[in-house]
Design a protein around this ligand. Structure first.
Ligand code: ADP
Ligand code: MG
Length: 45
């Protein structure tokens, strides 16, 4: 069963992208298939 994890905060520069990347990296290292997807309404990842 796929899970969606959203890293959200209205404020910029608080570590959303860094958190998303390290989380995806660690999950991938544990053998989970991961896909990082930016919010298309906002800036890139
Ligand atoms: N846990 C952390 N420790 C130190 N620096 C961090 C940490 N998380 C983020 N940063 C730094 O803070 C800045 C903003 O982080 P970023 O993930 O781009 O924020 P956001 O996506 O919320 O705008 C970047 O320069 C990033 O390297
Ligand atoms: Mg960001």
């Amino acid at each position: 069963m796929a899970k969606i994890i959203a890293i959200m905060n209205e404020k910029g520069g608080v570590g959303k992208s860094a958190t998303a990347m390290i989380l995806a990296y660690l999950l991938a290292k544990r053998g989970k298939k991961t896909c990082l997807h930016p919010d298309p309404a906002r800036e890139g990842l």
